[in-house]
Design a protein around this ligand. Structure first.
Ligand code: 3HC
Length: 284
């Protein structure tokens, strides 16, 4: 099936980034968030990114004017009724995702594909909540979406091969270099990256080094583009903790036990850059 119109559900950091790359690839995009005000914030962010792209000579004013004609926004999921593909990027909670996809199945046309940007959860389980498990697939993007080249494509056990091939093609069209991963908690990247961030939080919790020293050590000693605690702040400590807890429960292995440092930050509402405070303070 040829994808012409893409719906993006959830206009937070990831949803806004996914919408941006789809628009820039020429797709018509319907960006929806049921929480009022979020889509306006996302649109303002897109305007800012495109103004910067013109300023840097990376996009022409004509191209940006065209991008703006490709996007519509709404707070009503019924506006997904004529899209060919919905990419969902809402809260990392299995019950919320199942409920949302059940509703999307009822609204979208029968041939439409539903994809979830889940960081770790079971694609098969979310698929089973819909009326089209064969047209359901994982499509996992990385933060910042505009910069990171990877999309993990994860079929569930009943996903049709045609569905997988279609989203692989979409991923390539939006300038990404996708990899196919079998369904398993955290797929490839988060299975490796999240325990790494969790261990950095343990090193911090144990007082082995300061925040700055831990991040500096991993940048200068292991060639990481940013330190693990800076990265947790960028991804969102709530998301990292949710993935740690999922691994701990799913694998039943103590090596995935979530760090107390993550739990305390989340309990304090210090979720990282998005709240102005995480391991570091972004309010100044
Ligand atoms: N949004 C959009 N663009 C951004 C950006 C952002 N948040 N941050 C940086 N950029 C752009 C800059 O504008 C710049 O673009 P230009 O080349 O056109 O000028 C380019 O990226 C490079 O930026 P900088 O020179 O400022 O900074 P760096 O070279 O240090 O790169 C980085 C910044 C790309 C964020 C780099 O530090 C990096 O790769 N960090 C690791 C990111 C990572 O690991 N992401 C995966 C997280 S896990 C995840 O998302 C999965 C989830 O399920 C948990």
């Amino acid at each position: 099936m040829e994808i012409k119109k893409v719906g993006v559900l959830g206009a937070g950091t990831m949803g806004a980034g996914i919408a941006q790359v789809c628009i820039q690839a020429g797709y018509n995009v319907v960006l929806i968030d049921i929480v009022p005000g979020i889509v306006d914030k996302a649109l303002a962010g897109l305007d800012k990114a495109w103004a910067k792209a013109i300023e840097k000579g990376k996009a022409t004013a004509e191209a940006v004017a065209n991008y703006k004609t490709l996007v519509t926004t709404s707070t009503d999921v019924n506006d997904f009724k004529d899209v060919d593909l919905v990419i969902e990027a809402i809260v990392e909670n299995i019950d919320v995702k199942k409920k949302a996809h059940k509703q999307l199945g009822e609204i979208c046309k029968p041939e439409a594909i539903l994809a979830s940007n889940t960081s770790a959860l079971s694609i098969t389980e979310i698929a089973a909540a819909t009326n089209r498990p064969d047209k359901f697939v994982g499509m996992h993007f990385f933060n910042p979406v505009v910069v990171m080249k990877l999309v993990e494509v994860i079929p569930g056990i009943v996903t049709a091969d045609e569905t997988t091939q279609t989203v692989l093609e979409v991923a390539r069209k939006i300038g990404k270099d996708p990899v196919l991963a079998k369904e398993s908690p955290g797929f490839i990247v988060n299975r490796i990256l999240v325990p790494y961030m969790n261990e950095a939080a343990n090193v911090y919790q144990e007082g082995i080094a300061t925040l700055e020293e831990i991040d500096k050590a991993m940048k200068l000693g292991a060639g990481m583009p940013m330190g693990p605690l800076e990265l947790a702040d960028m991804v969102g400590i709530d998301i990292v903790l949710a993935v740690c807890e999922f691994f701990y429960n799913e694998f039943g292995d103590s090596k995935y036990r979530p760090s107390l440092a993550f739990k305390q930050k989340v309990r304090a509402g210090h979720l990282g850059r998005k709240t102005g405070k995480g391991f570091y303070d972004y309010s100044k």
